[in-house]
Design a protein around this ligand. Structure first.
Ligand SMILES: NC(=O)c1ccc[n+]([C@@H]2O[C@H](COP(=O)([O-])OP(=O)(O)OC[C@H]3O[C@@H](n4cnc5c(N)ncnc54)[C@H](O)[C@@H]3O)[C@@H](O)[C@H]2O)c1
Length: 300
Protein backbone atom coordinates (compact mmCIF):
# COMPACT_ATOMS: atom_id res chain seq x y z
CA UNK A 1 0.00 0.00 0.00
CA UNK A 2 1.40 3.38 -0.99
CA UNK A 3 0.30 6.72 0.46
CA UNK A 4 -0.78 7.87 -3.01
CA UNK A 5 -2.42 4.72 -4.36
CA UNK A 6 -4.86 5.55 -7.16
CA UNK A 7 -4.00 9.28 -7.24
CA UNK A 8 -3.43 11.14 -10.51
CA UNK A 9 -0.59 13.68 -10.38
CA UNK A 10 1.14 16.26 -12.54
CA UNK A 11 4.71 17.29 -11.70
CA UNK A 12 6.07 20.21 -13.73
CA UNK A 13 9.78 20.51 -14.54
CA UNK A 14 10.16 16.82 -13.69
CA UNK A 15 12.87 15.90 -16.20
CA UNK A 16 15.64 16.58 -13.73
CA UNK A 17 16.50 17.86 -10.27
CA UNK A 18 13.86 18.16 -7.56
CA UNK A 19 10.88 17.51 -9.87
CA UNK A 20 12.37 14.23 -11.07
CA UNK A 21 12.90 13.04 -7.47
CA UNK A 22 9.33 14.07 -6.57
CA UNK A 23 7.89 12.17 -9.56
CA UNK A 24 9.83 8.99 -8.82
CA UNK A 25 8.78 8.94 -5.15
CA UNK A 26 5.15 9.82 -5.86
CA UNK A 27 5.00 6.99 -8.43
CA UNK A 28 6.60 4.64 -5.90
CA UNK A 29 3.84 5.66 -3.47
CA UNK A 30 1.23 4.63 -6.05
CA UNK A 31 0.44 7.82 -8.00
CA UNK A 32 0.13 7.86 -11.78
CA UNK A 33 2.27 10.79 -12.89
CA UNK A 34 2.22 13.13 -15.88
CA UNK A 35 5.89 14.05 -16.08
CA UNK A 36 6.13 17.54 -17.58
CA UNK A 37 9.33 19.17 -18.73
CA UNK A 38 10.06 21.55 -21.58
CA UNK A 39 13.72 20.52 -21.32
CA UNK A 40 15.39 23.91 -21.77
CA UNK A 41 18.69 25.23 -20.43
CA UNK A 42 19.07 26.48 -16.84
CA UNK A 43 18.31 29.98 -18.16
CA UNK A 44 15.23 28.70 -20.00
CA UNK A 45 16.51 28.52 -23.58
CA UNK A 46 15.63 25.76 -26.05
CA UNK A 47 13.58 22.61 -25.57
CA UNK A 48 14.24 18.87 -25.40
CA UNK A 49 11.82 16.05 -24.57
CA UNK A 50 14.58 13.65 -23.50
CA UNK A 51 14.78 14.53 -19.75
CA UNK A 52 11.00 14.05 -19.29
CA UNK A 53 11.13 10.81 -21.29
CA UNK A 54 13.98 9.57 -19.09
CA UNK A 55 11.97 10.17 -15.89
CA UNK A 56 8.96 8.37 -17.39
CA UNK A 57 11.21 5.50 -18.48
CA UNK A 58 12.65 5.17 -14.96
CA UNK A 59 9.19 5.26 -13.30
CA UNK A 60 7.90 2.53 -15.62
CA UNK A 61 11.08 0.46 -15.12
CA UNK A 62 10.42 0.61 -11.35
CA UNK A 63 6.88 -0.72 -11.88
CA UNK A 64 5.02 2.61 -11.81
CA UNK A 65 2.79 4.46 -14.30
CA UNK A 66 3.73 7.72 -16.00
CA UNK A 67 3.24 9.71 -19.20
CA UNK A 68 5.34 12.42 -20.86
CA UNK A 69 4.31 16.02 -21.41
CA UNK A 70 6.61 18.66 -22.91
CA UNK A 71 4.35 21.71 -22.74
CA UNK A 72 5.61 25.08 -21.54
CA UNK A 73 3.85 25.69 -18.19
CA UNK A 74 4.17 29.44 -18.63
CA UNK A 75 1.90 29.40 -21.66
CA UNK A 76 -1.82 29.59 -20.87
CA UNK A 77 -2.50 27.03 -23.62
CA UNK A 78 0.33 24.77 -22.44
CA UNK A 79 -1.07 24.73 -18.90
CA UNK A 80 -4.57 23.95 -20.19
CA UNK A 81 -3.19 21.10 -22.33
CA UNK A 82 -1.32 19.64 -19.38
CA UNK A 83 -4.37 19.46 -17.10
CA UNK A 84 -6.42 18.10 -20.03
CA UNK A 85 -3.81 15.38 -20.61
CA UNK A 86 -4.21 14.12 -17.03
CA UNK A 87 -8.01 14.03 -17.43
CA UNK A 88 -7.86 12.41 -20.90
CA UNK A 89 -5.29 9.81 -19.82
CA UNK A 90 -6.53 8.79 -16.37
CA UNK A 91 -9.95 10.43 -15.95
CA UNK A 92 -9.16 13.21 -13.49
CA UNK A 93 -6.47 15.16 -11.61
CA UNK A 94 -5.79 14.89 -7.86
CA UNK A 95 -2.33 16.42 -7.33
CA UNK A 96 -0.52 19.31 -8.99
CA UNK A 97 3.14 19.84 -8.09
CA UNK A 98 4.30 23.19 -9.50
CA UNK A 99 8.07 22.89 -9.68
CA UNK A 100 9.32 24.05 -13.11
CA UNK A 101 11.71 26.96 -12.98
CA UNK A 102 14.64 28.83 -14.52
CA UNK A 103 17.35 31.14 -13.19
CA UNK A 104 18.81 34.43 -14.54
CA UNK A 105 20.68 35.95 -11.59
CA UNK A 106 21.85 39.53 -12.08
CA UNK A 107 22.11 42.61 -9.93
CA UNK A 108 19.17 44.96 -10.49
CA UNK A 109 21.33 47.52 -12.31
CA UNK A 110 22.57 44.88 -14.78
CA UNK A 111 19.27 43.09 -15.32
CA UNK A 112 17.71 43.22 -18.77
CA UNK A 113 14.01 43.35 -19.49
CA UNK A 114 14.03 39.77 -20.83
CA UNK A 115 15.71 38.48 -17.61
CA UNK A 116 12.89 39.99 -15.59
CA UNK A 117 10.07 38.96 -17.95
CA UNK A 118 11.21 35.36 -18.52
CA UNK A 119 11.81 34.54 -14.84
CA UNK A 120 8.51 36.09 -13.75
CA UNK A 121 6.71 34.34 -16.63
CA UNK A 122 8.07 30.84 -15.97
CA UNK A 123 7.78 30.88 -12.17
CA UNK A 124 4.88 33.18 -11.32
CA UNK A 125 2.70 32.86 -14.42
CA UNK A 126 3.68 29.18 -14.76
CA UNK A 127 2.52 28.43 -11.21
CA UNK A 128 -0.66 30.47 -11.67
CA UNK A 129 -1.61 29.13 -15.12
CA UNK A 130 -1.32 25.53 -13.93
CA UNK A 131 -3.16 26.27 -10.68
CA UNK A 132 -5.93 28.10 -12.57
CA UNK A 133 -6.74 25.14 -14.82
CA UNK A 134 -6.46 22.65 -11.94
CA UNK A 135 -8.80 24.86 -9.87
CA UNK A 136 -11.35 25.00 -12.72
CA UNK A 137 -11.24 21.19 -12.92
CA UNK A 138 -11.74 20.69 -9.18
CA UNK A 139 -14.46 23.34 -8.84
CA UNK A 140 -16.41 21.81 -11.74
CA UNK A 141 -16.23 18.38 -10.13
CA UNK A 142 -17.25 19.73 -6.72
CA UNK A 143 -20.20 21.62 -8.29
CA UNK A 144 -21.27 18.37 -9.99
CA UNK A 145 -21.62 16.84 -6.51
CA UNK A 146 -18.38 14.87 -6.42
CA UNK A 147 -16.31 14.74 -3.24
CA UNK A 148 -13.02 16.29 -4.33
CA UNK A 149 -9.62 15.87 -2.70
CA UNK A 150 -7.27 18.18 -4.59
CA UNK A 151 -3.69 19.12 -3.79
CA UNK A 152 -1.45 21.90 -5.06
CA UNK A 153 2.17 21.92 -3.91
CA UNK A 154 4.01 25.03 -5.07
CA UNK A 155 7.75 25.62 -5.10
CA UNK A 156 8.80 28.88 -3.49
CA UNK A 157 12.32 29.64 -2.26
CA UNK A 158 14.12 31.15 0.69
CA UNK A 159 15.23 33.78 -1.85
CA UNK A 160 11.60 34.93 -1.89
CA UNK A 161 11.15 34.75 1.89
CA UNK A 162 14.36 36.45 3.03
CA UNK A 163 15.66 38.15 -0.13
CA UNK A 164 18.96 37.46 -1.84
CA UNK A 165 21.08 40.06 -3.68
CA UNK A 166 21.23 39.32 -7.41
CA UNK A 167 17.78 37.73 -7.50
CA UNK A 168 15.28 40.60 -7.82
CA UNK A 169 13.44 38.71 -10.60
CA UNK A 170 13.58 35.23 -9.03
CA UNK A 171 12.96 36.38 -5.43
CA UNK A 172 9.99 38.53 -6.47
CA UNK A 173 8.49 35.59 -8.37
CA UNK A 174 9.01 33.26 -5.40
CA UNK A 175 7.55 35.78 -2.92
CA UNK A 176 4.56 36.03 -5.28
CA UNK A 177 4.23 32.24 -5.25
CA UNK A 178 4.33 32.27 -1.43
CA UNK A 179 1.50 34.85 -1.37
CA UNK A 180 -0.47 32.97 -4.05
CA UNK A 181 -0.25 29.83 -1.88
CA UNK A 182 -2.09 31.59 0.95
CA UNK A 183 -4.61 33.23 -1.40
CA UNK A 184 -5.49 30.07 -3.33
CA UNK A 185 -5.53 28.06 -0.09
CA UNK A 186 -8.28 30.40 1.11
CA UNK A 187 -10.15 30.28 -2.23
CA UNK A 188 -10.13 26.52 -2.74
CA UNK A 189 -10.70 25.19 0.81
CA UNK A 190 -14.46 25.01 0.18
CA UNK A 191 -13.86 22.64 -2.77
CA UNK A 192 -11.70 20.17 -0.81
CA UNK A 193 -8.40 21.47 -2.22
CA UNK A 194 -5.30 22.26 -0.16
CA UNK A 195 -2.53 24.58 -1.38
CA UNK A 196 0.93 24.52 0.22
CA UNK A 197 4.44 25.59 -0.77
CA UNK A 198 7.90 24.24 -0.21
CA UNK A 199 11.13 26.25 -0.17
CA UNK A 200 13.74 23.58 -0.86
CA UNK A 201 17.52 23.39 -0.78
CA UNK A 202 19.11 20.76 -3.02
CA UNK A 203 22.07 20.23 -5.30
CA UNK A 204 20.72 20.41 -8.87
CA UNK A 205 21.69 21.97 -12.17
CA UNK A 206 20.17 25.20 -10.83
CA UNK A 207 22.34 25.38 -7.71
CA UNK A 208 25.47 23.29 -8.36
CA UNK A 209 27.67 26.40 -8.66
CA UNK A 210 25.90 28.27 -5.82
CA UNK A 211 26.23 25.93 -2.82
CA UNK A 212 29.84 24.97 -3.72
CA UNK A 213 31.88 22.67 -1.44
CA UNK A 214 29.19 22.71 1.28
CA UNK A 215 26.86 20.66 -0.93
CA UNK A 216 29.36 18.02 -2.10
CA UNK A 217 28.27 14.45 -1.38
CA UNK A 218 30.72 12.49 0.78
CA UNK A 219 31.19 8.73 0.41
CA UNK A 220 29.33 6.83 3.13
CA UNK A 221 27.70 9.94 4.66
CA UNK A 222 24.07 11.10 4.48
CA UNK A 223 23.86 13.32 1.39
CA UNK A 224 21.97 16.30 2.86
CA UNK A 225 21.82 18.15 -0.48
CA UNK A 226 20.32 15.29 -2.52
CA UNK A 227 17.04 16.34 -4.21
CA UNK A 228 15.57 13.02 -3.00
CA UNK A 229 15.41 14.54 0.52
CA UNK A 230 12.82 17.08 -0.66
CA UNK A 231 10.43 14.55 -2.21
CA UNK A 232 9.02 12.88 0.97
CA UNK A 233 7.52 16.17 2.22
CA UNK A 234 5.85 16.71 -1.17
CA UNK A 235 4.46 13.14 -1.20
CA UNK A 236 3.10 13.66 2.34
CA UNK A 237 1.47 17.00 1.39
CA UNK A 238 -0.05 15.28 -1.66
CA UNK A 239 -1.60 12.51 0.44
CA UNK A 240 -4.89 12.19 2.32
CA UNK A 241 -2.87 12.43 5.55
CA UNK A 242 -2.38 16.17 4.84
CA UNK A 243 -6.05 17.00 4.18
CA UNK A 244 -6.00 19.51 7.08
CA UNK A 245 -2.75 21.26 6.05
CA UNK A 246 -3.19 24.29 3.79
CA UNK A 247 -1.70 27.73 3.14
CA UNK A 248 1.65 26.64 4.63
CA UNK A 249 5.21 27.19 3.45
CA UNK A 250 7.90 24.70 4.46
CA UNK A 251 11.66 25.04 4.20
CA UNK A 252 12.99 21.55 3.50
CA UNK A 253 16.49 20.22 3.13
CA UNK A 254 18.46 17.14 4.23
CA UNK A 255 16.67 15.64 7.21
CA UNK A 256 14.99 18.89 8.31
CA UNK A 257 11.54 20.37 7.68
CA UNK A 258 10.61 23.81 9.02
CA UNK A 259 7.13 25.36 8.97
CA UNK A 260 7.58 29.04 8.17
CA UNK A 261 5.44 31.86 9.55
CA UNK A 262 4.75 34.92 7.43
CA UNK A 263 4.67 38.66 7.89
CA UNK A 264 3.66 39.83 11.34
CA UNK A 265 3.82 43.15 13.14
CA UNK A 266 7.25 43.59 14.69
CA UNK A 267 6.79 47.04 16.20
CA UNK A 268 4.17 49.76 16.40
CA UNK A 269 3.45 53.40 17.12
CA UNK A 270 -0.25 54.37 17.28
CA UNK A 271 -2.31 57.39 18.33
CA UNK A 272 -5.65 59.01 17.50
CA UNK A 273 -4.16 61.65 15.24
CA UNK A 274 -2.15 61.91 12.02
CA UNK A 275 1.66 61.85 12.32
CA UNK A 276 3.92 64.39 10.71
CA UNK A 277 7.06 63.10 8.96
CA UNK A 278 9.20 64.75 11.66
CA UNK A 279 7.20 63.08 14.45
CA UNK A 280 7.63 59.69 12.77
CA UNK A 281 11.36 60.31 12.52
CA UNK A 282 11.39 61.09 16.25
CA UNK A 283 9.36 57.91 17.00
CA UNK A 284 11.74 55.70 15.02
CA UNK A 285 13.40 54.10 18.03
CA UNK A 286 9.97 53.16 19.48
CA UNK A 287 8.77 51.75 16.15
CA UNK A 288 11.82 49.51 15.84
CA UNK A 289 12.28 48.77 19.58
CA UNK A 290 11.27 45.09 19.37
CA UNK A 291 12.69 44.39 15.90
CA UNK A 292 14.58 41.12 15.53
CA UNK A 293 18.06 42.23 14.41
CA UNK A 294 18.45 38.99 12.43
CA UNK A 295 15.68 39.85 9.98
CA UNK A 296 15.65 42.37 7.13
CA UNK A 297 16.24 45.27 6.94
CA UNK A 298 19.17 43.92 9.00
CA UNK A 299 20.72 47.08 10.44
CA UNK A 300 20.73 50.83 10.24
N1 LIG B 1 17.73 23.51 -5.98
C1 LIG B 1 17.49 24.35 -4.98
O1 LIG B 1 18.26 24.43 -3.99
C2 LIG B 1 16.26 25.21 -5.01
C3 LIG B 1 16.11 26.18 -4.01
C4 LIG B 1 14.95 26.94 -3.98
C5 LIG B 1 13.98 26.72 -4.95
N2 LIG B 1 14.18 25.80 -5.95
C6 LIG B 1 13.12 25.64 -6.94
O2 LIG B 1 12.89 24.26 -7.16
C7 LIG B 1 12.37 24.07 -8.47
C8 LIG B 1 13.15 22.98 -9.18
O3 LIG B 1 14.47 23.44 -9.39
P1 LIG B 1 15.74 22.48 -9.57
O4 LIG B 1 16.74 22.94 -8.61
O5 LIG B 1 15.31 21.06 -9.58
O6 LIG B 1 16.23 22.97 -11.03
P2 LIG B 1 16.45 22.19 -12.42
O7 LIG B 1 16.97 23.19 -13.38
O8 LIG B 1 17.25 20.94 -12.18
O9 LIG B 1 14.99 21.74 -12.83
C9 LIG B 1 14.00 22.63 -13.29
C10 LIG B 1 13.28 21.96 -14.46
O10 LIG B 1 12.21 22.82 -14.88
C11 LIG B 1 12.11 22.73 -16.30
N3 LIG B 1 11.42 23.91 -16.84
C12 LIG B 1 11.89 25.18 -16.91
N4 LIG B 1 11.00 25.99 -17.49
C13 LIG B 1 9.92 25.22 -17.81
C14 LIG B 1 8.67 25.49 -18.42
N5 LIG B 1 8.36 26.74 -18.84
N6 LIG B 1 7.80 24.48 -18.58
C15 LIG B 1 8.11 23.22 -18.18
N7 LIG B 1 9.29 22.90 -17.60
C16 LIG B 1 10.18 23.89 -17.41
C17 LIG B 1 13.56 22.65 -16.75
O11 LIG B 1 13.67 22.12 -18.07
C18 LIG B 1 14.19 21.78 -15.67
O12 LIG B 1 14.23 20.41 -16.04
C19 LIG B 1 12.44 25.45 -9.15
O13 LIG B 1 11.18 26.08 -9.07
C20 LIG B 1 13.45 26.19 -8.30
O14 LIG B 1 13.29 27.59 -8.40
C21 LIG B 1 15.29 25.05 -5.99
Amino acid sequence: MGMLDGKIAIVTGAGRGIGRAESLLMAEEGAKVIVNDVGGSRAGEGSDKTPAEQTVHDIIAAGGEAAVNADDVSSWQGAENLVAQAVDTWGRLDILVNNAGILRDKMSFNMEESDWDDVIRVHLKGHFAMSHFAAVHWRNRAKAGEEVSGRIINTASEAGLFGNAGQANYGAAKAGIAAMTIIMGRELARYGVTVNAISPRARTRMTEDLFGEMAKAEEGKFDAFAPDNVAPLVAFLASDAAADVTGQNFVVYGGSVWVMAGWKAAGQVSRDDRWTPKELADAKSTLFADRDPGLPPFAF
